[in-house]
Design a protein around this ligand. Structure first.
Ligand code: ACO
Length: 429
């Protein structure tokens, strides 16, 4: 980040103030308002932080107008096609593509940490089988801090921090798969460390003691690609949560558990589940596309999987996923009527002025659910898959926040409640 020579001026109460400008490597410019209140008594107001930069970051670049998404400078299209999830995880966390040796060590370390503490298994027993797997994932991720208390030390050496990174990436698939087994009332499967990252997860999810289970490589590859596409997305709701919680120097497990809980909301990562439920509803009730679109336009409901706070042209991940949907379903020999329905909905919406004028395009969640369904994943595991994919991004953002000594997050407000008034005794009210 560079301090620009140019400044912005603000005139308030007859005085003109010069505000410094900051410029990023992609030419984005921000007004630095850090001293605004000291100088003018003013604060800025921006509910939902629609126009507020909370940090500088060198991890992910996205340009919502051009539909560009890059991790550490590499285009998402290229990474999705040529890389693997663990390679991308390393890239996000450590800033460079790993050498073969670095990647091998990373994979080996992750494989060594796939088991979760047996006492943690007992926590699963306390959850009802009706528990949503996202609730279980968030709770057990927070619980990791109790099993690895050194994570609480704020002056941990880098080797300890590396261990936390490895533990999180290694154990989340185990917790995720076990939360599903808990829901099904099935015995859990221990991780099979002879398999790759995604194969291991799929086996823990789907193998039963009563029958043979072989991981379909098409399914494992498709899942790996999905995880790459979800791996980071700069300062979204859950990532800002990681940095906000982490800025209090809360431990990494707590910060990431908070992000998992933020991700679960239907306006964020929970949308992938909502998309499938919406498509199933339309299909089951024989609602015509035009009737459904009219309902959206009359604000009876939102078109889930459409719209994005940042992408106002197209979401590059949605483009990759739409193509991937066709490929995966073809390879698996699946004909899903929901895919046709989704495509028809997209076509109608993209020609309708309601969506066009508001710049509403399919986002990452519009097609991802259809692929998850084809891979055999139950609907309430979709957001869990998103969390698994986002793990390296959250970790990278947490580390960056720590390294740059981001000050504790503490926004201001404009108070609109009652002004000072005397207390009235109970018997006089
Ligand atoms: N369906 C119908 N109308 C929509 C939609 C939608 N999916 N999204 C936005 N709009 C409309 C709003 O009603 C509003 O219209 P108005 O100006 O006439 O009142 C306008 O578009 C702007 O919407 P906002 O909610 O102000 O946009 P914001 O940037 O705050 O919200 C969000 C972005 C939350 C993603 C929104 O588009 C949405 O709710 N989409 C559906 C949920 C979804 O798919 N979420 C996943 C996002 S991707 C992710 O988190 C991984």
């Amino acid at each position: 980040m560079a301090q620009s020579d140019k400044t912005a001026t603000l005139t308030y109460n007859g005085t003109t103030y010069e505000l410094p400008l900051l410029e990023g490597t992609e030419g984005e410019v921000a007004i630095d308002i850090g001293k605004l209140r000291d100088q003018t008594g003013l604060i800025t107001m921006d509910p939902g932080f629609k126009n507020t930069g909370s940090t500088t970051s060198s991890i992910t670049f996205l340009d919502g107008e051009q539909g560009i998404l890059r991790y550490r400078g590499y285009n998402i299209e290229e990474l999705a096609e040529k890389s693997s999830f663990l390679e991308v995880s390393w890239l996000l966390i450590y800033g460079e593509l790993p050498t073969a040796e670095q990647l091998k060590k990373f994979q080996t370390d992750i494989t060594k940490h796939t088991l979760i503490h047996e006492d943690m298994r007992k926590i699963f027993d306390g959850f009802p089988t009706t528990a949503h797997p996202m609730g279980v994932l968030g709770s057990l991720t927070a619980a990791l801090s109790a099993f690895y208390p050194r994570a609480m030390e704020t002056n941990r050496p880098p080797e300890e921090i590396y261990l936390s990174v490895v533990r999180l990436i290694a154990k989340i698939p185990t917790i995720a798969a076990w939360s599903y087994k808990n829901e099904m009332g099935h015995p859990v499967n221990y991780p099979d460390n002879s398999l790759s990252y995604c194969e291991r997860f799929l086996k823990m999810m789907f193998a039963l003691p009563t029958e043979d289970y072989h991981v379909d490589p098409v399914v494992a590859d498709a899942l790996d690609k999905l995880l790459i596409l979800h791996a980071d997305h700069e300062q979204n709701c859950s990532t800002s949560t990681v940095r906000m919680v982490g800025s209090s120097l809360a431990n990494i497990y707590s910060a990431i558990a908070s992000a998992i809980n933020a991700l679960g909301g239907p306006l964020h990562g929970g949308a992938n589940q909502e998309v499938i439920e919406m498509l199933e509803d339309i299909h089951k009730n024989g609602v015509s596309i035009s009737t459904f679109v009219e309902k959206v336009k009359s604000r009876e409901m939102r078109l889930m999987g459409f719209g994005h706070r940042v992408y106002k042209n197209f979401d590059p991940r949605a483009r990759i996923l739409k193509k991937s949907c066709d490929e995966v379903l073809n390879k698996l020999g699946i004909n899903d009527p929901l895919l046709d329905l989704a495509k028809q909905l997209e076509e109608v919406a993209l020609k309708d002025d309601f969506f066009v004028s508001r710049k509403l395009y399919p986002n990452v969640d519009f097609y991802s659910g259809i692929i998850y369904r084809a891979l055999g994943l139950p609907v309430d595991m979709f957001t869990v898959m998103f969390a698994m994919g986002r793990m390296p991004g959250w970790i990278a953002q947490w580390l960056e926040m720590l390294q740059m000594k981001q000050p504790i997050g503490r926004p201001r407000q404009i108070y609109t409640g009652a002004t000072e008034r005397p207390y009235v005794e109970m018997n006089k009210r």
